[in-house]
Design a protein around this ligand. Structure first.
Ligand code: ZN
Length: 676
């Protein structure tokens, strides 16, 4: 997952009156049973009783008797509602029994218990005879419903509405959105599954009603039965895990591109692009070529593929939230308009998105921390190894970005400097380890408006990236350049070119595989970098790469649109203070001159010396302070104004990253494109 950390789409909370009425009739006399869906539903009659069990799901049987089915109606996208019908085969052998149904709570890729159940409306459950069944929520567990089913019930027929475009802080990448001429359906939003089923064993078919003239793209394979209704697409049954992992992107304006230049190197890869209209959005051949090169470079990096086909779903629009989410055989991505007009138009987060989500097919989806690999979507996950899942993906994504030419070496160095600086200023490491930012991932998703560096955020992404860059540099040092992290990737992600179940790993396997590439105390390094409290960040990675990371009076020239480059007036390296362009204090380092002056986030600087606030005035006052003049400010706080003096006389200083000519330039070798 890669969430745009400055993007904020407030949930839409329009008051509305919802008339609760049956969405669908499940009586057998309806015309539904004359349709293909009806035939599927009739096939879904049920199961084998097991001694001592009152409700049984024949999940081991991969045939029609065990088939769940999901029908999604998105034919009226402008209404902001999806309607879904779900068929669940069951066998109730006692007089009246409760059947527990779960709504997906821990959706893969979201790293937290954030399934958007709040967006469900109009939920009704019927039995196969069309009798409406009572349900009630399990006390203490909002994601589980108990349905009362009479003896002899062979299937549950669930109908529901889903309110689209109302994401929570954790649901962006796995929510449902429709706007204008496109939309995305994440099946987990529309799904209930019985307690006790195994997500790899339970099979489910899916059909989708589309608006007229819309296309749909996903990693699911369409069924070969073409006797279905116009504007309906049906897909071959897959496991629950695969369905939840297979978003569908839909739209009126659609183009697709083959990204494989060498069939012996990679299985088929398709780039599916949905746009707002058919006239305004140009898609540069150069961008498509770069994405094809991304596929080629990744093939060299990984040497094998854990899938037999890959689909990159890409919406180019500003009407859907800017976000992305990884999947085993596809990725979901949304970029703003004009992103694909040229390679140079792709910058920062926008450029990083597609490579990052793509590399997750290996790291996170195929190889997954064992604590995050559960057989259902409600068992809590142990996310502590996200420093591998996300940190290694972050590194490999940026590496492939550079090797494919999407990013220049200079831009990579700018990114490195930005992250080294951010790590130096992340003081929360004194009480919270990097591993804890992963273990507590889902409570750190939303940004902190003040003192964010003390709380820490999801640092396992970027500081995890720095760890893996250091690991790459160390392997090259230890082997005199004969091996690299590429060799680790070859072995750690080794797979056959077919659809694979996720393969779990633990910390000890990471240590062992690193050691097999280059013997070293990897256990100790992980302990120091990832699992220990630290007085401050150790930037040793810079010198290992052949660079100096040190302070000087030179301000590094980093383009403002570099990912995670701070905006406004950044004086963290001197005053310990960063300020917005209009004077609001954004962050302060503890024990810095600004901290000792008792400044605080969200105060506003309204004057510098004798002048009204301006960025130039405060920069000049820092320069002039070397002559022994304290920096004088007027600061507003609520309805008060107070004078503040910052006792700092060291002038402007900034962290810089410069080449150390006395050392080997390992970074250039790391970033070099591969041809085999
Ligand atoms: Zn990610």
């Amino acid at each position: 997952m890669l969430q745009f950390d400055s993007f904020s789409l407030k949930p839409v909370g329009l008051p509305c009156k919802v008339v609760v009425e049956p969405l669908f009739s499940f009586h057998k006399s309806t015309a539904m049973h004359d349709s293909l869906l009806g035939k599927i539903l009739l096939l879904a009659l049920f199961t084998v009783a097991v001694t001592g069990t009152d409700v049984v799901f024949a999940q081991g049987k991969k045939d029609s008797s065990n088939l769940m089915h999901l029908l999604v109606d998105c034919s009226k996208p402008h209404r902001g509602l999806l309607e879904a019908k779900l068929t669940i085969p069951v066998a109730v052998t006692a007089k009246v029994r409760k059947i527990s149904l779960w709504y997906p709570k821990w959706v893969p890729g979201s790293h937290g218990p954030g399934g958007p159940i709040a967006n469900i409306a109009g939920l009704q459950v019927h039995d196969g005879d069309g009798e409406r069944l009572n349900w009630r929520r399990t006390p203490g567990e909002v994601y589980r419903l108990e349905v009362e089913a009479p003896r002899g019930t062979k299937e549950l027929l669930v109908s529901l509405r889903y309110l689209v475009n109302q994401p929570t802080t954790t649901s962006f990448g796995h929510d449902c959105f429709f706007a204008g001429a496109m939309g995305v359906v994440n099946p987990s939003c529309l799904l209930l599954y019985p307690d006790g089923v195994d997500a790899d064993e339970q099979q489910i078919g899916v059909s989708v009603h589309l608006p007229g003239h819309w296309q749909v793209a996903s990693a699911l394979s369409e069924s070969e039965n073409d006797a279905e209704e116009e504007n309906t697409r049906s897909f071959r049954p897959v496991s629950l895990r695969t369905l939840v992992d297979s978003p569908m992107m839909l739209g009126r304006y659609y183009r697709s591109f083959d990204l494989v230049t060498d069939n012996t190197l990679s299985p088929p890869h398709t780039l599916h692009v949905f746009t707002d209209n058919d006239s305004g959005e140009s898609i540069s051949d150069d961008v498509v070529k770069k994405y094809a090169e991304m596929v080629r470079q990744t093939s060299h990096l990984m040497a094998s593929h854990p899938f037999d086909r890959f689909d990159i779903l890409l919406g180019v629009t500003d009407s859907l939230p800017k976000n992305g989410l990884e999947h085993a055989r596809s990725t979901f991505n949304v970029l703003p308009p004009s992103s694909l007009q040229s390679v140079s138009a792709l910058k920062g987060w926008d450029r990083l998105l597609v490579p990052h989500e793509y590399l997750h097919a290996w790291c996170g989806k195929f190889r997954r921390p064992e604590g995050m690999l559960t057989s259902d979507f409600h068992t809590p996950k142990d996310t502590e190894l996200l420093w591998v899942y996300e940190g290694l993906t972050q590194y490999l994504g940026e590496l492939v970005e550079a090797r494919s030419g999407l990013m220049s070496d200079e831009e990579f160095k700018n990114r490195l400097l930005v992250e080294l600086r951010n790590a130096m200023n992340q003081q929360g490491r004194q009480w919270r380890t990097l591993a804890d930012t992963a273990a507590a991932s889902h409570i750190l998703r939303a940004g902190s408006p003040s003192w964010g560096g003390l709380r820490r955020s999801q640092d396992y992404y970027m500081e995890g990236m720095l760890f893996w860059l250091e690991a790459d540099a160390r392997i090259r040092h230890l082997t005199n350049g004969n091996k690299s992290l590429d060799d680790f990737c070859h072995s750690f992600f080794k797979s056959q070119r077919s659809v694979k179940q996720p393969a779990p790993f633990d910390r000890s396997e990471v240590v062992k595989q690193l050691g097999s590439v280059a013997p070293f105390d990897w256990d100790g390094l992980i302990s120091r970098r990832i699992e220990s409290f630290q007085k401050q960040f150790d930037p040793e990675v810079a010198s290992l790469l052949g660079y100096r990371f040190e302070k000087s009076s030179n301000r590094p020239k980093i383009p403002a649109n570099t990912f995670r480059q701070r905006s406004g007036v950044d004086l963290l390296d001197s005053l310990g203070l960063s300020i917005s362009s209009t004077g609001e204090i954004k962050s302060i380092l503890l024990d810095s001159p600004a901290d000792r002056a008792m400044l605080a986030p969200q105060q506003k600087i309204i004057a510098v010396g004798d002048h009204k606030w301006s960025a130039n005035h405060i920069v000049n006052s820092v320069k002039q302070a070397v002559q022994g003049n304290p920096i004088k400010l007027l600061v507003s706080e609520h309805d008060r104004i107070k004078p503040v003096q910052i006792q700092y006389y060291g002038g402007l200083v900034y962290w810089n990253l410069t080449r150390d000519e006395a050392k080997e330039d390992w970074l250039s070798q790391i970033l070099a494109a591969r041809n085999k």
